[in-house]
Design a protein around this ligand. Structure first.
Ligand code: FAD
Ligand code: FES
Ligand code: FES
Length: 478
């Protein structure tokens, strides 16, 4: 594979070929601010939490077969991902000296507030309106969930958004014009040898095909980069360093969602948002509700489900849900494929079945036929990590529990199923005594640790209370 000398992308409607050697910063935010001197996107946290750095990316979606727009946090987005994409920043919005519709609405509705967060907030709303020109309150709230305001609140910002929708949102001309070019200039792979000062990354490989990716993984020790919503946070904090990287986020062979009868199979680079959009098309409402629990809109636009599972965090939300569905992973290497039950995938804290030459090709699970109840206890509802999270899927007939699965996160070195409580419940009449007994078994079976998110005792109490609350919800039929 030849080393590439330049990357080609679109920036605010303009096609740009940029020499790799001139890229001096690894995150898109630093590239924009420091290398291109576009300082409109702000740096607040560098961890994907505050939304001040939000920009919009336009790209071709192989799933939807059209150009889609996504608000993303540029502080945790590697700059090398921008090849063949349209990067839209606050600087591009005003056209012919006139403020854009969203900017005008912000002025008219006093939504500028502190000013520092405003570019990011405007870009989040642009991402929303480009996909849905007439959003309801819930959709506006979801779009703003990753933009933190600690000065005034969201009332004026939401008023500005509603103001735009009543006046009919028009897609900016420069965005429309770029769409044709974007279809022609799809992303190309290649090997990049960056010369980024103070960065450990010496080789950034973007394979064109899955086969190429597997051959590389077979031959050299490379870190798999996918959405990077975990990895870039750790790199930005100086907690992780990788010399050689293989970016699998655009591999066409991993970008699919299939549904056959009751089974869903998700490719290894499908993002949370791509899955939510699929669930919406298929009217899988329980799944939409669950996946919209995760992160913020910006994070769901980049983070993948396979990455969430592979990262092996004890509180990974999708792993807790998938465990309860008896999900299967297909692990793939140059030598072949193997299927592993998710319940057998985790071996210890951050230790999994995955070998150095393997990647998660797909995740397969059955759409729950029973009722699903998911609880995540965290300090904030949006963009927060759980102290304890759990999922119960139960089929209840004539007040008897026909089938049940119970999974927990945050109470063991990895997400776990509590099989002994499931056994107790199966076939039993659903009443207060049985539920209390199951809650006690769960609380006894877990091995939580004390850390910043809660003491061991607190977590054990949460386990007990979550089981009681799950069955309260399930009995009410919610
Ligand atoms: C602000 C913020 C909020 C968040 N909120 C939540 C939340 O509410 N709930 C939650 O569960 N998580 C949350 N997360 C974490 C979540 O975004 C990640 O866990 C994400 O799903 C990881 O996917 P990724 O594609 O970004 O993985 P990456 O960061 O690219 O990679 C993560 C790990 O997985 C490996 N990997 C990735 N894909 C594969 C593959 N196909 N095969 C093999 N290995 C692979 C990588 O090598 C790496 O070790 C949040 C993150 C941020 C920054
Ligand atoms: S700087 Fe805070 S999310 Fe990027
Ligand atoms: S708008 Fe910046 S803190 Fe409120």
């Amino acid at each position: 594979m030849m080393a590439k000398e330049e990357i080609i992308f679109f920036l605010n409607g303009e096609k740009i070929s940029f020499n790799i050697e001139k890229i001096k910063h690894f995150s898109l935010l630093d590239f924009l601010r420091e290398d291109l001197k576009l300082t409109g996107s702000k740096k607040g946290c560098s961890e994907g939490d505050c939304g001040a750095c939000t920009v919009v990316i336009g790209e071709y979606s192989p799933i939807e077969k059209r150009i889609v727009y996504k608000a993303i946090t540029s502080c945790i987005y590697p700059v090398f991902k921008i090849e063949g994409k349209h990067i839209i920043t606050i600087e591009g919005l005003a056209e012919n000296g006139e403020l854009n519709q969203i900017q005008k609405a912000f002025v008219d509705n006093h939504a500028i507030q502190c000013g520092f967060c405003t570019p990011g907030t405007i870009m989040s709303l642009l991402g929303l309106l480009l996909n849905n020109a007439n959003p309801d309150n819930n959709e506006i709230n979801k779009a703003l969930s990753g933009n933190l305001c600690r000065c005034t609140g969201y009332k004026s910002i939401k008023n500005a958004c509603k103001d735009i929708t009543t006046k009919h949102f028009k897609k900016p001309e420069f965005i429309k014009k770029t769409e044709k070019d974007l279809k022609k200039n799809r992303r190309k792979g290649g090997k990049l040898i960056p010369k980024i000062p103070n960065s450990p990354i010496k080789k950034y490989i973007i394979p064109e095909t899955l086969d190429e990716a597997l051959s590389i993984l077979e031959k050299e020790k490379c870190k798999i980069f996918n959405g990077c919503s975990d990895l870039l946070v750790r790199i930005n904090k100086g907690e992780d360093f990788f010399e050689r990287v293989i970016d699998i986020s655009q591999l066409k062979e991993l970008k699919f969602i299939h549904k056959e009868n009751n089974k869903v199979k998700i490719g290894g680079n499908v993002t949370f948002q791509e899955f939510i959009d699929f669930a919406r098309r298929e009217k899988l409402n329980q799944l939409i509700e669950f996946f919209e629990f995760i992160g913020s809109k910006q994070i769901r636009n980049i983070g993948t489900i396979a990455g969430n599972v592979a990262n092996a965090s004890p509180i990974a939300d999708s792993a807790v849900f998938l465990l309860a569905t008896d999900a299967n992973l297909t692990l793939r290497s140059k030598k072949g494929k193997r299927k592993v039950l998710l319940s057998k995938f985790y071996k210890n804290y951050k230790e999994t079945e995955l070998k150095q030459n393997e990647l998660i090709e797909s995740i397969e699970f059955e759409i729950p036929q029973g009722k699903v109840s998911y609880i995540k206890t965290s300090k904030r509802k949006e963009v927060d990590i759980a102290s304890v999270n759990s999922c119960i899927i139960a089929s209840i007939q004539n007040k008897k529990i026909k089938d049940v699965s119970i999974s927990f996160g945050g109470v063991f070195p990895y997400p776990v199923r509590i099989y002994n409580a499931e056994e107790l419940l199966k076939g039993k009449e659903i009443n207060d005594e049985t539920i209390e007994e199951a809650a006690k078994i769960c609380a006894r079976s877990v091995k939580p640790i004390s850390d910043v998110r809660g003491s061991e005792e607190f977590r054990r109490k949460l386990v007990y209370n979550q089981v009681i609350k799950h069955f309260f919800t399930l009995r009410k039929g919610k």
